[in-house]
Design a protein. Structure first.
Length: 187
């Protein structure tokens, strides 16, 4: 069998093997995200107590005392406090700052007016996750409101996909195309 015939017969099996190898790679973990679900950005809420709720993905959440590795995180909610997310620097405790593994926190006696809540994912040592994973909403506490007004707009969470898997799949497609092109030019 000539070299040209051998290439022709091997092109498809090699391409299939490359695809199988790529699909056998472990899934690339999604980067963690946090998203404040309430109050909505731009909304007006009743006071004086304001409950903030959120959700996360791509991370295991545990109270710091129960965490067994640095990658098990927890949340830090800041009301009208700008968080210092310097790598390795623990967040302080104090007014307007909540450290929790829960998916909500209530801030008591919030004054009427405009406010900002920033939610930051933290390591078990209370420092900011790196790269920083955060979400922020601005809302207004109204005087004497009995219900929450609808939001004019919602901030969207920052999602980053599994880029490495896409790159590997792209390389497999390019390699398959080169093999098939060579097969066509051999004819």
């Amino acid at each position: 069998m000539g070299m040209r015939k051998l290439r022709r017969y091997l092109a498809a099996p090699v391409f299939v093997l490359v695809l199988l190898a790529v699909s056998a790679l472990p899934a690339v973990a999604a980067e963690p995200t946090v998203h404040i679900t309430s109050p909505a950005n731009g909304s007006t809420v009743a006071g004086p107590n304001v409950t903030v709720t959120w959700e996360s993905s791509g991370v295991t959440i545990k109270p710091p005392a129960e965490a067994t590795s640095k990658e098990e995180g927890h949340y830090h909610a800041f009301l009208d406090v700008v968080p210092d997310t310097t790598p390795g620097k623990p967040f302080p405790k104090g007014p307007g700052i909540v450290h929790t593994a829960d998916t909500s926190a209530t801030f008591d006696n919030v004054s009427p007016g405009e406010h900002t809540v920033t939610l930051v994912l933290g390591y078990n040592d209370h420092s900011a996750w790196q790269p920083v994973v955060e979400d922020k909403v601005m809302f207004t506490v109204g005087e004497g409101l009995g219900q929450v007004a609808p939001a004019s707009g919602q901030m969207q969470p920052n999602h980053k996909g599994p880029i490495l898997l896409v790159v590997i799949a792209g390389l497999a497609i390019v390699l398959g195309g080169v093999v098939l092109r060579r097969r066509d030019t051999v004819r």
